[in-house]
Write a new protein. Structure first.
Length: 268
C-alpha cells in the first residue's frame, strides 16, 4: 500500500455540491474521487444526467486535477414489487452507463436489505446483481458490492455470496468499519475476502460510530500491512459525517500518511 494512491469515498461529502466536493479533494491533496449516484444525494450525479451534465462534471474534475474512479449507487434488489424492482434495475444500468461516460472503472452497489432477506428474495437480488455485473462488464466497468448490514454483515456471509457469484465479474468494496460495527473482526475479514476486493473504504470504528482513522478500535498497522501485500492500486478514505467532513478526513489522511511512512521505512 506504500505505492497505493489515496482518494475520497463519496458518502461523507453528500451535502456538498460537486464543485465544493472537488475543491475540498484538491485542497486535501487527494486526487481520486468516488461520486455518489443515488436519489438521496441530489447534489451529486444522478441517472437523469445528460451529455452537458457529464461534460460539466468532467471539466470540473479536470480543473482540480482529479479523477473519478467510481460511482456509488444505493440500489435495492430486494424489492418485492415487480415495478419497483424493475425501476431499481433500470437505475443501476444507467449508473453503469454514466460511470463509463465519466471514465470511472467501478460502480459500488449493495444487495439492498438492511436485514437478512428470505432465501427466495436474496436469490432474486443476486440474479439482478449478476445481470448488472454482466452489463457493466460490457463497458469494461467492474460492479463491486460493499460489505454492510443484512446479507453482507459478516465475513462469512460475504464469502458465501462472493463464492456464489464467483463466475460473474463482481468484486467487493471492503469497509473495515462496517465489519467492526457488525461485530466481525475486520482483519480476519480482509484475510478471508482479500481475493475478491476491488477497492476499499478506509474508515475507523470506536464502538459507537465511525471516526477518523486511528481514533477507533481497528488495528491499522495490521490492516495497512495486509493491504500493502495486495494488488490493489488505490484506496478511498471514508469519513461519513458532513458536519466536520474536512477535519475528519484530514485527520484520517494524516494518520494514514504516518502509517505508510512507517511501513515504507521497514522496506528500506
Amino acid at each position: 500500500m506504500s505505492n497505493m494512491k489515496l482518494g475520497l469515498a463519496g458518502w461523507g461529502f453528500r451535502e456538498m455540491s460537486i464543485r465544493e466536493y472537488f475543491d475540498t479533494a484538491s485542497r486535501l491533496g487527494l486526487p481520486l474521487i468516488e461520486l455518489n449516484c443515488r436519489p438521496d444525494v441530489p447534489n451529486h450525479a444522478w441517472v437523469d444526467f445528460d451529455k452537458q451534465d457529464v461534460t460539466e462534471v468532467q471539466d470540473c474534475a479536470a480543473d482540480e486535477g482529479l479523477k473519478i474512479v467510481a460511482l456509488a449507487a444505493n440500489n435495492d434488489f430486494t424489492q418485492s414489487d415487480p415495478g419497483l424492482l424493475s425501476s431499481q434495475v433500470a437505475q443501476i444500468r444507467r449508473t453503469i452507463e454514466l460511470a463509463g461516460e465519466l471514465g470511472a472503472s467501478y460502480v459500488r452497489a449493495i444487495v439492498g436489505a438492511e436485514n437478512q432477506p428470505p432465501p427466495a428474495v436474496l436469490e432474486t437480488a443476486l440474479r439482478r446483481l449478476q445481470e448488472a455485473a454482466q452489463f457493466a462488464d460490457s463497458f469494461d466497468i467492474r460492479l463491486a458490492i460493499e460489505n454492510g448490514s443484512g446479507p453482507l454483515a459478516s465475513a462469512g456471509q460475504c464469502l458465501a455470496i462472493m463464492e456464489q457469484l464467483a463466475a460473474d465479474p463482481i468484486g467487493l468494496v471492503y469497509n473495515p468499519a462496517n465489519f467492526a460495527r457488525d461485530g466481525d473482526d475486520p482483519i480476519k475479514a480482509l484475510e478471508m475476502l482479500g481475493q475478491y476486493v476491488c477497492y476499499v473504504h478506509l474508515c475507523d470504528w470506536d464502538g459507537r460510530d465511525c471516526c477518523p482513522i486511528g481514533k477507533g478500535n481497528i488495528d491499522w498497522e495490521k490492516l495497512i500491512t495486509l493491504l500493502d501485500k495486495s494488488p490493489l492500486t488505490f484506496a478511498l478514505i471514508e469519513y461519513p459525517h458532513p458536519q466536520d467532513i474536512e477535519l475528519g478526513t484530514a485527520a484520517s489522511y494524516k494518520k494514514l500518511t504516518s502509517l505508510l511512512r512507517k511501513l515504507s521505512s521497514r522496506h528500506t
